[in-house]
Design a protein around this ligand. Structure first.
Ligand SMILES: [Zn+2]
Length: 139
């Protein structure tokens, strides 16, 4: 076994990875650019899971509204409760990862309920704003 030095593709922190030099199909110059540290990898996997669940709830609302479902108000009420739990989980996770105070607001749910088809963009924008707030606090 051999080691290769890399910089995490997300946080740029240096790290080392172990590989088998006998593997002649390994293209280290490409492979080393996609490595990420455990901290970032764990966060990305957890975040993807919550993002997926938020998208599923939003999709149900979007479909109910567009199909003229008679139970749309009930579906929205259930979605609101689910989104409150999910967005609080997402907020707690993202704020801890970025290193800022947990900033959850009911407006997060309002945005998702207003435009459920844009749930992925809304959660991505939220995370981008947290990172900008952290960068601003540092400078
Ligand atoms: Zn990292």
């Amino acid at each position: 076994m051999a080691t290769i030095a890399y910089h995490c593709k997300f946080c740029q922190r240096p790290g080392t990875a172990v590989y088998d030099p006998a593997c002649d199909t390994l293209r280290l110059e490409i492979w080393s650019k996609i490595l990420s540290c455990n901290h970032c990898s764990d966060f990305m996997v957890s975040r993807r899971s919550i993002d997926y669940r938020i998208s599923s709830v939003c999709r149900a609302v979007f479909v109910a509204r567009n199909q003229g479902n008679k139970a749309v108000r009930d579906i929205e009420a259930v979605a609101w409760d689910k989104l409150e739990v999910l967005t609080k989980d997402l907020s707690r996770m993202c704020c801890a990862f970025v290193g800022v105070t947990n900033v959850w607001d009911k407006e997060f749910i309002v945005l998702l309920m207003e435009r459920p088809e844009l749930s992925q963009r809304i959660t991505n924008d939220y995370f981008a704003r947290l990172k900008r707030a952290k960068a601003k606090a540092i400078t």
